[in-house]
Write a new protein. Structure first.
Length: 473
């Protein structure tokens, strides 16, 4: 139960952070901050991400052999060296391009603290306690927010000071987790040993970097592209809407990672990876659509409370964001084929094809004076949907066991049922416009009851979802 409580607290902490930032910053400032985070996220995924994935994959084995401290130290030292290279690159860029926003001076330290803090928290969950790991995430989010507010109120109210405060606190939090919770100590610096460590694992890091890079192109690059095409005011409003929807569906993604992914790994050894993945995909698809419907109700109930007057136009982008996030979650469920079923080249091919499509979209929009309305924004994000189509077409031709065609009728019925709920929900607003809150509460309560019994009968095979979640620890 502690894990579920921790995740609920983290969900609330994200929305508190979101609400505070919308209250403090203008759409222009909010847009600049998020574009900075998007650019940094690429560097983290492409450069640091593979190292984190490696250490989490082998940490239990290394810890038993007493080698964890050595290899983790090499990764930390390597990250610091890369940070120094990044710092030099940023300084040179600022000299050559003086119009760059000064917030990018924080790129090197934000790059290292943001990546290492998540790796450390994940290691705590694997090596120490999952409960502690979940609550560390809450403390990190709320602690960073509180420190940023203090700096904003008493030192400086610009966005650079805000991001610097977040970076500094995360840095100290990294040291605290490393020394006091993981109870580790860095080994002596040795350039030869560090070099040898990375050379022996360059192939593994290279494959993961490529997959991570193309994943960023599919899911995050569209946001970065829109950030460069729109002015910062428009982008700030757009990204506020997309961020709201991302937070709404984060609960759904947590459920997938907690139950469906765990169930997949357990069943791989019993029924084989083919059947296990097929069941996993169906779970992801259904959980995601259920989460999207509930997110729609939660959005209509809370949007006026969370969005400030300056960001009220972001409402229309939240609905678009729910679609985008749903497709992203379903798409990423196929990446496990590369990790657990030894088909990295197949997933990589699909990612490359989808990325080429995205580049074609960029070229088309770059040379046309198009207005960025709802359809155009969805078009920019269409590479993730194309990825899914290519994946299943390729699976049909090459790997027949990936097919879910024998479950197609069931999935179509499920999807059609949820579409009926959405249509009925919108019609109720048209027919009874004055009963806004009552309609939301009625549909929310009814849908939750229906989902409860559906999950109990068809997903959890007679087990109460509430009991399952309580005993999930």
């Amino acid at each position: 139960m502690k894990i579920i409580l921790g995740r609920v607290l983290h969900f609330l902490a994200l929305f508190i952070n979101y609400k505070v930032m919308l209250s403090i910053f203008s759409p222009q400032d909010y847009g600049i901050i998020n574009l900075f985070i998007l650019v940094t996220s690429f560097a983290i995924l492409f450069i640091i991400g593979p190292m984190g994935s490696y250490i989490m994959r082998v940490c239990v084995e290394l810890n038993k052999k007493g080698k964890l401290v050595n290899e983790l130290s090499y990764i930390i030292y390597g990250s610091i060296l890369l940070t120094l290279v990044n710092a030099l690159f940023i300084i040179i860029s600022m000299v050559i391009f003086p119009n760059f926003h000064k917030i990018y001076l924080l790129f090197p330290i934000f790059f290292i603290t943001s990546s290492i803090i998540q790796t450390f928290i994940s290691l705590v969950g694997i090596l120490r306690s999952l409960n502690v790991s979940v609550f560390l995430n809450v403390i990190n989010t709320l602690g960073s927010l509180l420190f940023c507010i203090l700096v904003h109120e008493f030192i400086s109210n610009d966005i650079i000071a805000w991001m610097f405060a977040q970076t500094i606190l995360q840095g100290f939090f990294c040291i605290f987790i490393f020394k006091k919770i993981l109870i580790l100590k860095l080994t002596k610096f040795s350039f030869n040993k560090i070099s040898s460590f990375f050379k022996s694992r360059i192939k593994f890091f290279g494959v993961l970097s490529s997959i991570s890079g193309f994943s960023w192109v599919m899911f995050q690059a569209p946001k970065a592209f829109l950030g460069m095409q729109l002015d910062t005011q428009e982008f700030g409003i757009l990204i506020a809407g997309l961020t709201f929807s991302m937070y709404l569906l984060s609960g759904c993604e947590n459920l997938i990672n907690t139950y469906a992914l765990t169930n997949f790994y357990r069943k791989c050894s019993k029924t084989g990876p083919e059947k296990a993945w097929k069941e996993y995909f169906i779970y992801v698809y259904k959980f995601t659509l259920m989460g999207s419907i509930l997110a729609l109700f939660f959005l209509d109930l809370t949007k006026n409370l969370i969005l400030t007057d300056e960001f009220v136009k972001a409402q229309k982008f939240i609905y678009i964001g729910i679609i985008i996030e749903a497709v992203r979650i379903i798409s990423t469920s196929t990446f496990i084929v590369a990790q657990a079923m030894s088909r990295p080249s197949f997933v990589f091919f699909c990612q490359v094809f989808a990325s080429i499509w995205f580049l074609a979209i960029i070229l088309y929009l770059f040379f046309t004076n198009i207005i960025y309305e709802n359809f155009t924004i969805l078009f920019v994000f269409s590479s993730s949907l194309l990825y899914l189509i290519i994946f299943f077409l390729g699976a049909y031709k090459k790997y027949s066991f990936y097919l879910i065609f024998d479950e197609t009728i069931d999935l179509l019925k499920f999807t059609f049922g949820l579409l009926v709920v959405c249509i009925a929900y919108k019609l109720a607003f048209i027919i009874l416009p004055s009963m806004h809150i009552l309609i939301i509460l009625t549909f929310s309560f009814t849908t939750v009851i229906i989902f409860y019994f559906y999950l109990k009968k068809y997903i959890f095979k007679g087990i109460s979802p509430i009991k399952l979640l309580i005993n999930m620890d």
